[in-house]
Design a protein around this ligand. Structure first.
Ligand code: SAM
Length: 245
C-alpha cells in the first residue's frame, strides 16, 4: 500500500487531517467567515473537508482548494457531489506555492500544510497574495508545548513554542483575532483515530498482501506518538487579519 492509500485509510474516521474536532472546525470557520464572505481558498486542502463544511453551512459561499494529491482531490469532488455543493467548489491539482487566481479571497485557509511552503511565514506570505481587502487567514500549525527531544525534532520538524509562534506571526504583520489550541482530547483522538483505523483495516483484511505491512506501520506510528512526541507536540489554529494594509 502506498503512502497516499495508507493516509486515506488512516483518516477514515477523522476526515479532517489535523488534530481539530468537528466543533472546533465549525467555530473556526464561523470566525474566519464573517457574514457577507463570498470566497474561500484552501492551500493544501487534502480531501477538502474544511471547504465542504464551509460550503454546506454558507450557501452563498464559493470555494477553491489546491493540493498535490490527486486521490485526495478525487475524494473531495465525490464528497462535494454527495453534499450537493459541487457547483460551488473548484479544485486545483498543483503545488500550492505556484497557485495564482484572478480573484481574491475573503478567507485563505492552510491547516497542517505549512510544509508545502517551507514553513509558517512563507505560507502566510503566499496567503497574503490571495487576500481580499479586510480578508482573513486561518492557519493551523504545530508547536512545542514542552522541550522536545532531539528525536521528536527529527521526526516532526523544528517548531517554536506557542508564544514564539504567535510572536513571529505578529512580527510578520498579522493580528490574531481568534485562536484555538487543540486540547489533549483533540490531539489524542486524532492519533488514536489514525493508527486505530489503519490497524482495523489490517485486521479486517488478513488475506490482503498489504495486511502485515499496514499493521506494522500502525503499531510503529502509535508507539512513536506515545514515546516520542505525545507529551511535547501541540497544534494551534489562528484566525489572522493583516495589521495594516
Ligand atoms: C496534513 S494534510 C492537511 C489537509 C487539510 N488541510 C486538512 O486539515 O484536512 C496536508 C496536505 O497538504 C498537501 N500538500 C503537501 N505538499 C503540498 C504542496 N506542495 N502543494 C499543495 N498541497 C500539498 C498534502 O497532499 C495533504 O493533503
Amino acid at each position: 500500500m502506498n503512502r497516499e492509500q495508507m493516509s486515506k485509510v488512516a483518516h477514515a474516521d477523522h476526515p479532517i487531517k489535523s488534530p481539530v474536532d468537528d466543533d472546533s472546525v465549525r467555530r473556526l470557520l464561523e470566525r474566519g467567515l464573517p457574514p457577507g464572505s463570498k470566497r474561500v481558498l484552501d492551500l493544501g486542502c487534502g480531501g477538502g473537508e474544511w471547504l465542504l463544511r464551509a460550503l454546506a453551512t454558507y450557501p452563498q459561499l464559493y470555494a477553491e482548494g489546491v493540493d498535490v494529491s490527486e486521490d485526495s482531490l478525487a475524494d473531495a469532488r465525490q464528497s462535494a457531489i454527495r453534499l450537493g455543493v459541487e457547483e460551488r467548489l473548484v479544485l486545483h491539482h498543483q503545488e500550492a506555492e505556484g497557485f495564482t487566481s484572478p480573484h481574491p479571497f475573503d478567507l485563505v485557509l492552510s491547516v497542517g500544510a505549512t510544509h508545502a511552503f517551507g514553513g509558517l511565514l512563507p505560507t502566510l506570505a503566499a496567503a497574503r497574495t490571495h487576500l481580499a481587502p479586510g480578508g482573513r487567514v486561518l492557519i493551523g500549525e504545530g508547536f512545542w508545548d514542552r522541550e522536545p527531544s532531539p528525536e521528536a525534532i527529527e521526526m516532526l520538524g523544528d517548531y517554536s513554542d506557542l508564544a514564539t509562534t504567535v510572536d513571529r506571526v505578529v512580527a510578520d504583520g498579522w493580528t490574531p483575532v481568534h485562536g484555538h489550541v487543540s486540547t489533549r482530547g483533540e490531539l489524542d483522538d486524532y492519533e488514536w483515530a489514525c493508527w486505530g483505523s489503519l490497524a482495523s483495516w489490517a485486521l479486517d483484511h488478513p488475506a490482503d498482501p498489504d495486511s502485515s505491512q499496514v499493521l506494522e506501520t500502525a503499531t510503529t506510528r502509535r508507539s512513536e506518538w506515545l514515546r516520542v512526541y505525545r507529551d511535547t507536540w501541540g497544534f494551534v489554529s489562528l484566525i489572522l487579519r493583516q495589521t495594516s494594509h
